[in-house]
Design a protein around this ligand. Structure first.
Ligand code: ACM
Length: 259
């Protein structure tokens, strides 16, 4: 299976321009899963809620139709972050879309900083979806600070965590997501953006890590483009650390805090 990320700098508040750009950039890239950044069609650093409404889209709206049509040409499953309009509410969401349209939706559970002014916290369970016989889970950016989120997906059988992000704290998710790969024995695609919007500088350095926590691919801060790698998703089903230590079977769940 070929998976990877596409790192770029969307133009703030210009969804149409961003989709046109992605149409030309992505039409020649074919793989099984391509992960794009958080809020990848609108940009991130909103000043007023009207700006979010102006860029927001339903989960099966024109953005999903755009990726569905692209997938008909490339055969790729796209995972992208977008501002989701749902009734009067806004969510910071990630969608998985293939040639048949929307496959799965996730709404960011842990909102970061000023996002709390615009978005409602997610209200959907952490559930993987299937791509063939492989189970895929999605998280969005700041969710990486919560090991419980990745652990929940892993306990539900997730083999690859796809993680659209707009990171602004340097050198953090590059560390946590490798550790989350290792501590859950899963693959992890961290798709960050690059560029600047007003007072925010996005830190790039997207990466893919394997169930041993090793990097399979990584990019620098300013990189724009795709980085792909070949994986065997079945590797994420083996939870052994040693011959007698099975990561999940050995959990002492009765001693853990569950709230
Ligand atoms: C973030 O959650 N966008 C830092």
């Amino acid at each position: 299976m070929i998976i990877g990320y596409y790192q770029y700098a969307p133009v703030f508040l210009e969804p149409k321009e961003n989709l046109e750009f992605l149409a030309s950039e992505l039409s020649t890239i074919s793989c099984d899963i391509l992960v794009l950044p958080e809020l990848s069609i609108s940009g991130y650093n909103f000043e007023h809620i009207d700006q979010v409404h102006q860029c927001a889209d339903a989960c099966d709206g024109r953005t999903a139709r755009f990726f569905r049509d692209l997938s008909k040409k490339t055969g790729t499953l796209y995972i992208y972050g977008f501002a989701e309009a749902f009734g009067t509410r806004l969510f910071n969401s990630a969608a998985a879309v293939d040639k048949g349209g929307l496959v799965h939706l996730y709404r960011k559970l842990h909102l970061f900083d000023r996002e709390k002014q615009w978005f409602s916290p997610g209200n959907l369970p952490l559930e993987p979806f299937s791509l063939g016989d492989c189970r895929i889970g999605m998280l969005v950016c700041f969710d990486h600070f919560y090991p419980e989120a990745a652990r929940t997906l892993a306990l539900k059988g997730t083999q690859i965590i796809c993680h659209p992000s707009n990171l602004v704290i340097p050198d953090t998710a590059q560390m946590t997501t490798r550790v989350r790969s290792l501590e859950n024995r899963v693959f992890w695609v961290l798709a960050n953006r690059t560029g600047e919007e007003r007072d925010l500088r996005f830190t790039g350095r997207s990466q893919t890590s394997n169930p041993a926590g090793a990097l399979l691919s990584s990019s620098d801060e300013a990189f724009q483009g795709a980085s792909l790698c070949e994986i065997h998703p079945g590797d994420a089903l083996d939870k052994h650390i040693t011959g007698v230590n099975d990561l999940f079977a050995d959990r002492a769940a009765q001693y853990y805090v569950t709230d």
